[in-house]
Design a binder for this molecule. Structure first.
Ligand code: N01
Length: 539
């Protein structure tokens, strides 16, 4: 191997986005592409999150690639919501189907990327000391990949096992006959709690903030539905990419308070029966995420369901949220029912915070101590920007991404950042807030078009101008601050990680609007973007 290997494109990551980017750019555009993956296999999120109960809460018809009808037809999903194992098998299937492994270097982390203004190329270094240069870099590093791993006092002294849900061991963790403590009650926590509630001898749930949760209504796949989709595959794909959330269901145009109380109740009941948190939030009425009154109507209904389900009065009170429903919606069968089991105990760590992890278990500030054999950290992620900032990235004028994003991440379209030419981020900060796989494909197609544009026109670089980036940031903020998602603490606004900028991280206008606004850039000649020749700094 030469000291420095030159390629057209370096792709970082082999989750949904990285796999498709490699396929699209290598096989679609005929470029010389080198992919890197930190793990020893493909899958990204679905490689790492092997905890019991891990599955997507997007129905399979929208949790897959939608650009290849043959692939959609040939892969047989078994359940309405795909399990981690099945999604990982699907991604391995795609990797083999497209013969991608020969272009992926596994077990390799990208340490740094540096833009060379003399050559107009990126210089990339791996943790193995290898050096590559590339005209383009595609970062498919994951929205929810960088773990939020708490460091409680005394954590290292714990005599049992501690696992983070997103770094779960590959071998089975047998908790039968064991005392298990779970910290965290988000999507990962609620899933793992239901499973641990079936297996552990004693389960202690350390809850800081209670959450609303809608049943999934999980079950086998409906073959008729898949057939209907295949009958008009292009139309279906278009409907997903023209919707708000890209979840593959029809969203409601009706404001909640525009109908009678009886009609609202009927719609909520029907949504509850159909299952799925996103569906409940976006398909029952149009404004649950923006109008406090509509939101209250929804949460009153959800609280009523909780009261009907949870038997113990004190447990019900502790599990019942007091604020708006504006975190990422949860959905899970049997979550609240789990707390009716005698061996499942809810511990309110908002009222009595965790003081330390001891040799024996978890100690609270009051001095109460819970003896445990296993601790599960379902504490989430340094989401959206976290993974980009883990790589030492330097753009024009020696300015690092860490410096540029110190106050908050800044991008145009959630895909490029000014001063970082030819560096594309799939589902980067200020991108759409949606179900991801079909949007990954859409964004990678957009990037492929931009790359083709650069090559067809004999150019070297493309990047957003600072002014255009500022405009995009303003557009995103104008929309996001009209929603309720900015009013409640969660990873959506960065407030889940100590020291992280608490701000807007998304384009909340919906995928359909994003499609309209961003999709037209190519035909319009990329307004707001600056292109440069081979050795020039900018044109
Ligand atoms: O993470 P989270 P997640 N002490 O940030 C608590 C996707 N996903 O991994 O709310 C005590 O939502 C924290 O408490 P609080 C999905 O997009 C999807 O569960 O900050 N508690 C919270 O309860 C999801 O939204 C699927 O007060 C601490 C929990 O940990 C996203 O990933 C499945 C704490 C973290 O919840 C993230 O979900 C899994 C501390 N020091 C994930 N630190 C599906 O598709 C944190 N917490 C189904």
């Amino acid at each position: 191997m030469p000291d420095v290997v030159d390629v057209d494109v370096v792709v970082i990551g082999t989750g949904f986005s990285g796999i498709y980017a490699l396929h699209k750019l290598r096989d679609g555009l005929g470029l010389n592409v080198q992919s890197f993956e930190e793990a020893d296999g493909v899958g990204g999120t679905w490689y790492w999150n092997t905890y019991p109960g891990a599955r997507s809460d997007t129905e399979v018809n929208a949790y897959c690639y939608l650009t290849d009808k043959e692939l959609f037809e040939e892969w047989k999903w078994s359940e309405r919501y795909p399990r981690q194992k099945e999604i990982l098998a699907y991604l391995n299937h795609c990797t083999d189907r497209w013969d991608l492994r020969r272009s992926i270097q596994f077990s390799t982390r990208i340490e740094s990327t540096r833009f060379n203004e003399e050559t107009g190329r990126w210089e990339i270094e791996t943790n193995k000391g290898q050096k590559f240069t590339a005209q383009f870099v595609i970062e498919g590093v994951g929205l929810l990949s960088s773990t939020n791993y708490p460091d409680f006092p005394g954590q290292s002294t714990f005599a049992g096992q501690i696992y983070h849900t997103a770094r779960w061991p590959k071998e089975k963790v047998d908790v039968t006959g064991k005392r298990v403590g779970v910290i965290g009650t988000g999507s990962s926590g609620t899933q793992v709690i239901v499973e641990m509630g079936k297996e552990a001898q004693e389960l202690f749930v350390f809850q800081r903030t209670p959450q609303y949760c809608v049943p999934a209504n999980h079950g086998p796949l409906d073959p008729e539905k898949m057939k209907r989709i295949l009958d008009d595959f292009e139309g279906y794909r278009e409907s997903v990419l023209r919707s708000i959330t890209s979840f593959g269901f029809e969203e409601s145009p009706v404001p909640a308070m525009s109908v009678s109380a009886e009609e609202r109740e009927r719609v909520f009941e029907d949504s509850w029966r159909q299952g799925n948190g996103f569906r409940f939030m976006f398909a029952s009425f149009s404004d649950i995420g923006v109008d406090p009154e509509a939101n209250k109507a929804a949460t009153d209904f959800l609280k009523k369901k909780m009261a009907e389900t949870i038997k113990d009065k004190k447990t019900l009170e502790t599990l019942t949220p007091k604020d708006l429903w504006a975190k990422r919606p949860l959905c899970n069968d049997g979550y609240f029912e789990t707390f009716n089991k005698d061996h499942v105990h809810l511990v309110d760590v908002k009222a009595d915070p965790i003081a330390a992890i001891t040799e024996k278990g978890i100690r609270l500030e009051s001095g109460a101590e819970y003896e445990l054999d296993v601790i599960v950290l379902a504490t989430g992620f340094d989401a959206v920007s976290g993974m980009y900032l883990k790589i030492d990235q330097t753009g024009r004028k020696g300015i690092t991404l860490q410096q540029k994003w110190e106050e908050r991440p800044r991008t145009a379209y959630g895909m490029m950042s000014a001063g970082f030419p030819n560096m594309f981020m799939v589902y980067g900060p200020m991108g759409p807030f949606t179900n991801q796989p079909p949007v990954h494909e859409w964004q990678v197609d957009w990037m492929a078009d931009a790359i083709q544009y650069v090559r067809d026109n004999g150019l070297q670089t493309i990047e957003p101008t600072e002014e255009f980036e500022e405009e995009w940031m303003q557009t995103c903020d104008d929309i996001a601050y009209q929603t309720l998602f900015m009013k409640v603490n969660s990873w959506i606004n960065g407030s889940n990680v100590v020291g992280k900028p608490v701000t807007n991280y998304f384009y909340m206008g919906g995928m359909g609007a994003y499609n309209d606004v961003v999709g037209g850039a190519k035909e319009a000649g990329y307004p707001g973007f600056r292109t440069g020749g081979a050795l020039s700094h900018s044109a």
